[in-house]
Structure formats: structure tokens, C-alpha cells
Design a protein around this ligand. Structure first.
Ligand code: DON
Length: 313
């Protein structure tokens, strides 16, 4: 029986050059996340994009090697770590449905017994961080170590300045955490959870680092360069499904419609994505749209899947 031949490898070099040209009019548009004062000074017109293939090939354009604050992208890796510890028991603590509300909203918590809708909104990430605080003496370094491994880069760390800057302005997340704790849903002191959460958000990585970190999930839970398995294929599938449905907050439907890839965004302007069996992707541009997703970043990913004809659909 004849098999359908694998589609030819996309020419990512040509696609990235085309995207970098098309994205120019968008750079400088949108808002930077000034509610974290240390992030307010990041130049809005920066743009970088990187793709790392399962075989280790790197394609990049623009400021792809400049480190930026990964912010909510850390929620993906915190979830990965919490699932490694807790398995399915984690779903007693946090749901897995899209929220349809902004990432920092409190409204659903009151009606839903303090259980956050999903692990990628702030409330959900606080519940996940609570698990990490129980499991680790130093949850801050636990996540940094995981990312050093996934990015194959021992130089990765978090910025104490950014972490402290957010921590000093974390009234909303603190309110959320106290509210959840009043339902008995957090087990550690709120201050400890917020310290760890802000440090995770303040981890700094480049597009190349983050694209490489996504290879685990593009390769069904196995690091392609060493063959080390960190997740079962089923858990890897579930993380990808959650990214698709919840990774870009209340814009997840529009993002799936336009881009068609599992992805996770952060208010530092980064978005990670992946094409299963092929590559990890990261784009960075600090100007954000009204949902808190990188404005140029979403457009760049939409062009990538359009120009290469590759998406999960
Ligand atoms: O807690 C916060 O508000 C930020 N440290 C992270 C929010 C974020 O990145 C949402 N992403 N779009």
C-alpha cells in the first residue's frame, strides 16, 4: 500500500523574512504592560521571532536573542511541573475550561467556589503556584531549573528587579489569592505564593530559548536531543489542548481561528507556540492588544501559518 509522502519542509527562512517586513507597520502600536513598572520602559518597537526544529535547526529574525520577561508564559511551565507532581489530582484545584474573561479577572471566583476556570488565568496560576510552594522549599529556583533544562541553557534566571517591581504592585493578584484562600483553596501563606508567582513571571529568556523549550511539547513529552522523557504523550497532548483553548485568554477563539496553533502568551510581549512533530516557535514584540497579547506577535504567527500552510488544522 502506498503512503502519502510527508509534506516538504517549510522554508522558514523565507517566511521569517517576509513576516519581519510585513510586521513593520505594527511595531510601536499597542501598549506595554505598565502596571508592572519595570516593564514600562521596554521599547515597544522591538520584534524578534525564532523557530527551532525537532532536529535542532534554528531559524531566527530580528531581536530573537534578546532576553525579555516571560510573564504568563511561565504559567505553562508551572503547570507542567505541578502536573508532574500531582497528576490528575490537580484538576480538583483548578478547572480546564476557557474563562472568556480577562486574565486578571476575579468575577467567576465568587460564583464558582473559589476554583479558577483554568491554570492560565492569574487565579489558576496562583493555585498552581500554591502546589509548587507545597512541593518545593524554593519554588522560584525549581521553575528556573526546569527552564534551563528545556531550553538547554544554564544561563537562564529570573530578574529580581522585575519580580520586586511586580510584587510591590500586586494588589489585584493579592486580592485574588486572599479570596481563594477564604474558600480554603490555597494552603500556603499568600505572601509566599505571591513571591514565587512574581519570580516565575520575571524569568527572562530569548525567543531562541523559548522556541527550544517548546520542543518537549512538539515532541510528545520527550526532549528530542537526548531522548529523555519528561511527560507522557497523553499529558503532552493535554497541555497542548489547554494552550489552544485557554493560552491566549479571552482571545483564544480568535487566536485559534487566525493562527491555528497551541500557544501561550505573556504581558512581556512574548508568545510561544508549536507545530507538532516539527518545531517550537516564539515571537516577541512588547506592544500589547486589548486582551494582553502581543499585537505584532499574533499577526506574525498568523502570517507564519498562512505563508507555510502549516497549522494543526
Ligand atoms: O500577574 C500578572 O498580571 C503578570 N505577572 C502576568 C500576566 C500575563 O502575562 C498575562 N498575559 N497576557
Amino acid at each position: 500500500m502506498s503512503r502519502t509522502p510527508a509534506p516538504p519542509r517549510p522554508d522558514f527562512d523565507a517566511a521569517l523574512q517576509e513576516i519581519a517586513a510585513r510586521v513593520q507597520p505594527l511595531l510601536g502600536q499597542g501598549q506595554v504592560a505598565s502596571y508592572i513598572p519595570e516593564l514600562a520602559g521596554v521599547p515597544r518597537e522591538r520584534f524578534g521571532m525564532a523557530i527551532v526544529g525537532i532536529g535542532g535547526e534554528v531559524w531566527e529574525v530580528g531581536h530573537a536573542r534578546e532576553r525579555f520577561s516571560i510573564q504568563s508564559i511561565s504559567k505553562l511551565f508551572a503547570l507542567l511541573k505541578a502536573l508532574q507532581h500531582e497528576g490528575d489530582a490537580l484538576w480538583e484545584r483548578v478547572g480546564r475550561e476557557p474563562s472568556g474573561t480577562p486574565f486578571n479577572s476575579l468575577v467567576q471566583l465568587e460564583h464558582e467556589g473559589g476554583k479558577p476556570r483554568n491554570p492560565f488565568i492569574n487565579a489558576g496560576a496562583l493555585a498552581v503556584t500554591d502546589v509548587l510552594c507545597t512541593r518545593h522549599v524554593q519554588p522560584e529556583t525549581a521553575l528556573v531549573e526546569l527552564l534551563r533544562k528545556l531550553a538547554d541553557n544554564p544561563g537562564i534566571d529570573y530578574s529580581l528587579r522585575v519580580a520586586q517591581s511586580e510584587r510591590r504592585h500586586s494588589d489585584r493578584n493579592a486580592a485574588m489569592a486572599h479570596f481563594m484562600r477564604s474558600f480554603g483553596r490555597l494552603h500556603n501563606p499568600v505572601d509566599r505564593i505571591l513571591d514565587a508567582y512574581c519570580s516565575h513571571c520575571a524569568i527572562e529568556m530569548s525567543c531562541v530559548d523559548l522556541a527550544r523549550s517548546m520542543l518537549l511539547l512538539a515532541n510528545h513529552g520527550e526532549l528530542p536531543w537526548s531522548g529523555e522523557r519528561l511527560l507522557t504523550p497523553s499529558l503532552s497532548k493535554r497541555l497542548n489542548a489547554l494552550m489552544l483553548t485557554c493560552g491566549t485568554y479571552d482571545a483564544a477563539g480568535d487566536f485559534a481561528f487566525r493562527v491555528g496553533l497551541p500557544a501561550k502568551s505573556g504581558v512581556g510581549g512574548g508568545i510561544v507556540a508549536l507545530i507538532p512533530n516539527l518545531c517550537g516557535i516564539c515571537v516577541w514584540s512588547p506592544g500589547l492588544d486589548a486582551n494582553g497579547n502581543s499585537l505584532a506577535g499574533v499577526a506574525a504567527l498568523e502570517w507564519l501559518t498562512t505563508l507555510t500552510g502549516r497549522s494543526i488544522f
